[in-house]
Ligand binder design. Structure first.
Ligand code: ZN
Length: 159
C-alpha cells in the first residue's frame, strides 16, 4: 500500500518522517486504507470530487469521514473535518489524519487550509498528515510543515 512519493514538494522533503518506525508506518497505512475505503461513501453530486478521510489515534482507533455536499454549496463539509469532529465526539485524540481523493494538478491532494487549522487545534503540530490517491500512492508529513505559522494554542489539544 505504501508507495513511493510522487514528486513531493520541497517542504515535505525537508520534514523527514520517521519512516523507519514500523509502528508509524503501520498506522499511516491503516489510515490511508480507511480513508480510501470511506471515499466510496462520499456525497459529492455537485463537484464529483469524492473524498474520504480517516483519523487514527496512537492506539489504533479509527474514525472515518466523507465529503458531504449540499445544493446550498456553502453547507458542504470536508471529509477531514467530518472525521476530526467525529473523533472529538468519541473522545479520540488524532495521531494521523489521512485523506483520499483524486489528484489535483497531478499532485496528491492535501487537506484544505481550513481542515489543517482544525487539525492543528485538535491534534497539535505533530499530527501526521497523509495524502493518498485511488492508486495507493502515499505522501505524508507532519502538520507543522504544512501549516508552519498558523495561530495555535500553547498547549494544543482538547483534553
Ligand atoms: Zn477541508
Amino acid at each position: 500500500m505504501l508507495g513511493n512519493p510522487v514528486s513531493p514538494p520541497p517542504h515535505w522533503q525537508h520534514s523527514p518522517m520517521p519512516t523507519t518506525d514500523p509502528e508509524l508506518t503501520d498506522v499511516i497505512e491503516h489510515a490511508a486504507a480507511a480513508a480510501t475505503s470511506a471515499r466510496s461513501r462520499a456525497y459529492a453530486p455537485y463537484s464529483n470530487f469524492t473524498m474520504g478521510a480517516a483519523v487514527v489515534s496512537a492506539d489504533g482507533a479509527v474514525v472515518d469521514g466523507v465529503l458531504v455536499e449540499n445544493v446550498s454549496l456553502g453547507l458542504a463539509m470536508c471529509a477531514e473535518r467530518v472525521a476530526l469532529f467525529a473523533a472529538v465526539t468519541r473522545g479520540i485524540r488524532p495521531a494521523v489524519l489521512a485523506v483520499c481523493s483524486k489528484r489535483t494538478g497531478g499532485e496528491l491532494t492535501l487537506p484544505c487550509g481550513a481542515c489543517l487549522q482544525v487539525a492543528l487545534e485538535l491534534a497539535g503540530p505533530d499530527l501526521v498528515v497523509v495524502a493518498v490517491d485511488p492508486d495507493g500512492e502515499i505522501e505524508h508529513a507532519p502538520l507543522r510543515s504544512l501549516l508552519p505559522r498558523a495561530p495555535r494554542r500553547n498547549t494544543p489539544g482538547y483534553d
